[in-house]
Design a protein around this ligand. Structure first.
Ligand code: MTE
Ligand code: MO
Length: 181
């Protein structure tokens, strides 16, 4: 076989593999719903959406992101430490700002909900969304369930009015962002 045919074949094979693998998206780790313009999924289903149902969350449409989707957004880095932490932690992941832009958010408040039901609310006018990171990594390691994953909301100490002294609001095991009026 001559070289150019071999090259052509390998390109075709690569394209085929890429195409097949993109047909199987990996698992969803974060869903945004509420007052958003862009959506890629339909309504909650009482059976399939067991965790949403268990936490009494319902929506008609939403934007869901896989870990790969989150990896493909620009990764912001933040090294920070709260008084109740044993040492500083460097996290990375997309910013809240980029995520809200991606989904075309048009509300005034967000709720960041975790799998244990902890769900703090943030007034968007009160925070700098470019400093809020939906971390998927801490100290270079991807965050897992059982730890602080799949997503950990991290922002620096003392950056908004009324922020608690400790790491209150830094939602670990986050999986849902609800944009409200
Ligand atoms: N998923 C989840 N994240 C959470 C919490 C929680 O209960 N669940 N507690 C918050 C609060 S109030 C604080 S002070 C910090 C540290 O709480 P922890 O020791 O329970 O992690 O995590 C924040 N993030
Ligand atoms: Mo807390």
């Amino acid at each position: 076989m001559n070289k150019s045919i071999r090259t052509l074949l390998s390109v075709c094979l690569t394209l085929l593999v890429l195409n097949v693998s993109s047909a199987y998206a990996d698992n969803v780790v974060l869903t945004l719903s509420g007052k958003i313009a862009n959506t890629n999924r339909g309504p909650t289903d009482a059976f399939n959406d067991a965790l949403f149902s268990g936490l009494s969350v319902k929506f008609n449409s939403a934007y869901e992101l896989t870990l790969d989707d989150l990896k493909m957004l620009p990764q912001a880095k933040l090294k920070t430490q709260y008084p109740n932490w044993p040492s500083a932690v460097e996290v990375s992941g997309p910013t809240l700002k980029d995520l809200l832009t991606l989904v075309g958010a048009n509300g005034r408040t967000i709720i960041v909900r975790s799998i244990d039901g902890y769900a703090p609310e943030f007034e968007l006018s009160n925070i700098d969304t470019s400093k809020f990171i939906l971390a998927i990594k801490a100290n270079s390691k991807f965050l897992g369930i059982g730890g602080r994953g799949p997503v950990w909301l991290v922002f620096p100490p003392n950056i908004y009015e009324g922020q608690s002294e400790d790491d209150g609001g830094l939602t670990w095991a986050a999986f849902h962002i609800e944009v409200k009026q």
